[in-house]
Design a protein around this ligand. Structure first.
Ligand SMILES: Cc1ncc(COP(=O)(O)O)c(C=O)c1O
Length: 485
């Protein structure tokens, strides 16, 4: 039994598309919807006649658009059965698999922005195991976290100029668990939620699943469009705003102190709850001081933290800092619908790690700095036409391609043995085909080898007819902003 998408739904998803000429605009819009996973794979598209009627275009327009999709690998036509969605390179490149590790052995997997464990993690686990017996007489459930860990995490905020009581901290299953708990607790069906685009796609999905209607605001390689963002806050008065001011994933940008102050004030005035994801906050690689937490300027903000980036993803430890403006009970109720607390041994290990994070942080920062240099050097040598702003920290390079061909590049790269994430994965409502994200979380030799493959693949891709066509269209676009939709 094939799934299909009704013409009415597709017309709704397509919205307004470029009509110069209409078949190219329609094919582009469909490509973005398929690439972003908003139309699933193996779904039958409406008949040409139905879609033409729904869109008010000629049947030839739809026929030619479908033919273009087939030509670029985003659909397959089966005689008598219809046109079905695909992605170039097959299901393993689809959006719903984007952040899962590649299952092909031998592939250099750069889809995940998380490093291997620095030295010291195994020791922390061993110490935690030695402490465990003291807890075995209890039930082992800590729905808001092990008190010693709540205390240690609260102290990290106080150090950053944000006084915090231990009872304001909820320990969660990673920062993503924290985002999901916050989304469930704070966002209701139909609520508007402001999100940056590009954004961290898993959190965006958590907000969508909570019923949120995402209101995207652009972040381009130059930074936040703060005036535009504040105007959007004022006009649409979103219920919540999911923001990453510290080494934004994927752009690596840091919002300045004055920008935080302005945005924090605007959110507070609008009654919008800021959900501030600081997962990458600890990764300042150039010895710089970070601006104060956004919650300093938006006192009602809920802040998300993570052990994954500075320490290790396998800990699965994240947390929420809950302001007095939002009651902890609400978040606890939401959390209890998912789990009853984080594993004790990991919490004990994390207490250890936070007791003396200095050496581990130094090792992690030093390694990431070297890997960042290696990746930047390899890209500037082998792919000089790509624009890369070197971020002052975090884990990723957000690379701008000279032509919008990210999905084609990514599919071809995977065939060549390198997996990276294409821009559309991070786009809230389409576009970003000019970007790819390359994390520098892997060892230098792997990064250099990956760039070799990317350079070879890019040479082929950029010669292909599809790209030439796409480049022509892009040149006609009036604005050069990242968000094209
Ligand atoms: C911004 C952001 N939030 C959350 C997460 C998820 O982190 P965790 O491993 O703590 O769940 C990530 C990981 O990539 C991230 O980049």
């Amino acid at each position: 039994m094939h799934r299909s998408i009704p013409s009415r739904r597709l017309v709704e998803l397509l919205g307004v598309f470029e009509r110069t000429p209409a078949y190219v605009g329609l094919a582009d819009a469909l490509t973005v919807l398929i690439g972003d996973g908003r139309i699933a794979l193996d779904v039958r598209l409406p008949s040409e006649r139905d879609l033409a009627a729904g869109l008010g275009v000629s049947r030839t327009t739809v026929t030619r658009a479908y033919a273009l999709l087939v030509e670029t690998g985003f659909a397959v036509a089966t005689r008598g059965a219809g046109t079905f969605t695909r992605v170039p390179g097959g299901r393993s490149r689809a959006h719903d698999q984007a952040l899962t590790p590649s299952r092909h052995s031998g592939v250099i997997d750069l889809t995940c922005a998380a490093a291997t464990a620095p030295p010291g993690i195994a020791e922390a686990y061993a110490a935690a195991a030695a402490e465990l017996p003291a807890y075995l007489g209890g039930h082992g459930y800590f729905p808001v976290g092990l008190p010693a860990l709540q205390e240690a995490i609260a102290a990290t905020y106080a150090e950053r100029g944000l006084p915090t009581r231990p009872d304001q901290i909820m320990v969660t299953s990673g920062a993503l668990g924290a985002a999901a708990v916050a989304a469930q607790a704070l966002v209701g069906t139909g609520d508007r939620v402001l999100v940056e685009t590009p954004t961290y796609p898993n959190a965006a999905e958590a907000l969508r699943r909570a019923g949120g209607r995402l209101v995207p605001v652009p972040v381009d390689p130059d930074g936040w469009d703060l005036d535009g963002t504040i105007a959007t806050v004022r006009q649409s008065r979103p219920r919540a705003a999911y923001l990453m001011p510290d080494f934004q994933n994927p752009t690596g940008l840091v919002m300045s102190g004055p920008e935080r102050e302005r945005l924090g004030a605007a959110l507070t005035r609008a009654g919008t709850v800021a959900i501030v994801d600081e997962a990458h906050q600890g990764l300042a690689l150039d010895g710089q001081e970070m601006p104060p937490p956004l919650a300093r300027f938006a006192p009602g903000a809920v802040t998300i933290g993570s052990a994954s980036k500075l320490f290790w993803g396998g800990l699965r430890i994240g947390w929420l800092r809950v302001p007095d403006e939002v009651t902890m009970d609400r978040l606890v109720a939401s959390r209890l619908s998912v789990d009853l607390g984080s594993p004790l041994i990991e919490q004990l290990a994390m207490v250890r790690l936070l007791a003396d994070p200095g050496p581990l942080r130094a090792a992690q920062v030093d390694r990431l700095r070297r890997q960042r240099s290696a990746l930047v050097a390899a890209l500037s040598e082998r792919l000089p036409a790509w624009e890369v702003r070197v971020p002052a920290g975090g884990l990723c390079l957000w690379c701008r391609l000279p032509v919008p061909a990210a999905s084609t590049l990514v599919a071809a790269a995977e065939r060549g043995g390198v997996a990276i994430a294409a821009g559309p994965i991070f786009a809230v409502d389409g576009g970003l085909e000019r970007f790819v994200r390359i994390p520098y979380a892997r060892p230098e030799a792997e990064l250099v080898a990956a760039v070799e493959v990317l350079a070879e693949v890019w040479a082929e891709v950029s010669r292909s007819r599809t790209v030439e066509r796409a480049a022509g269209r892009t040149a006609r676009r009036a604005s050069d902003r990242v968000i094209v939709a």
